[in-house]
Design a protein around this ligand. Structure first.
Ligand code: A2P
Length: 274
């Protein structure tokens, strides 16, 4: 059974489909077909970013799909190296032009620091960017605003200095790397956690324990990984460029029993870094 028509509700009341289609590492050329297939399959939530370089064809695929704009939830992100009030507004305008939309569903600060300077203290820049996001949200240009790759400390900076609590934190999260303290912190503040790389960019698929579970439930390893996240009330963003896998990743209406969830919880391995 596909779960593509089910939603979470953000704390501001905006509905967001429970499974999103990720587009990281999908080129602009490939993004048109991948997103078109995802929309035909029934996905109604597409995740992109200016840094992915594919906003143009993501937008074109959504516009060509014949679906009404309000039927598809689209997320994009402020590039990690762009910080500041004016800079954030200008980057949003570029994103919206790239996509060919008049309004965006969710806009995220891509990371608290530039990718080539991870860990740099960008407190002032993040506060200024967040204030710009708040303003654009109030103007109705964006239906929800959030952050990505933010730690508890990074989120606290926003909460201490700004007005609007982020609605979403999008982080790398998969079996073995569940970021429990951060997820619990977000849950307590009604911040929905989105899981990017739910298959650890594919590296999780060979894990013996998960393969055993998949066999036991007569599903694929990818389906176990995605279903696990949904049972934790997290929002997975699987991506694939193959139509059969795009469909398979949404066929996750089965239930993983509690004792099996515990077996999966016990896996402690950051697959992306092995
Ligand atoms: P492909 O695009 O060739 O299908 P993540 O979502 O964690 O970033 O993982 C994405 C990687 O996992 C991609 O390399 C993708 O390859 C692969 N992938 C996605 N879905 C499946 C699936 N159902 N079965 C096997 N591999 C998959």
């Amino acid at each position: 059974m596909s779960l593509l028509s089910e939603n979470y509700t953000l704390y501001n009341g905006v509905k967001i489909p429970k499974i999103g289609f990720g587009t990281w590492q999908i080129s602009n050329v490939a993004a048109y077909d991948a997103v078109s297939v995802a929309l035909k399959t029934g996905y109604r939530h597409i995740d992109t970013a200016r840094a992915y370089g594919n906003e143009e064809n993501v937008g074109r695929a959504v516009r060509d799909s014949k679906l009404k704009r309000e039927e598809v939830f689209v997320t994009s992100k402020l590039p990690a190296e762009i910080k500041g009030f004016k800079e954030t507004r200008a980057s949003f305008e570029k994103t919206i032009r790239n996509l060919g939309f008049s309004c965006l569903d969710l806009f995220l600060i891509h990371a608290p620091w530039p990718w080539n300077d991870k860990g740099r203290d960008c407190t002032e820049g993040n506060i200024a960017s967040w204030k710009a996001m708040e303003e654009m949200y109030k103007e109705g240009k964006i239906r929800a605003i959030g952050v990505s790759n933010f730690s508890v400390t990074d989120i606290n900076t926003i909460l201490d200095n700004c007005e609007i609590v982020p609605m979403v934190n999008q982080i790398a999260l998969y079996i073995g790397h569940t970021q429990d303290a951060l997820t619990e912190y977000c849950r307590q503040r009604n911040i929905l956690v989105e899981a990017y790389s739910p298959l650890a960019t594919g590296r999780i698929l060979k894990n013996e324990t998960i393969r055993e579970v998949a066999k036991q439930y007569s599903v694929s390893v990818a389906q176990v990984c995605i279903r696990y996240l949904l049972q934790k009330d997290l929002l997975p963003l699987p991506k694939s460029t193959h139509a059969n896998r795009i469909a398979e990743n949404a066929e996750v209406g089965f239930t993983i029993r509690e004792e099996t969830i515990k077996t999966l919880d016990a896996i402690r391995q950051d697959f992306r870094h092995f």
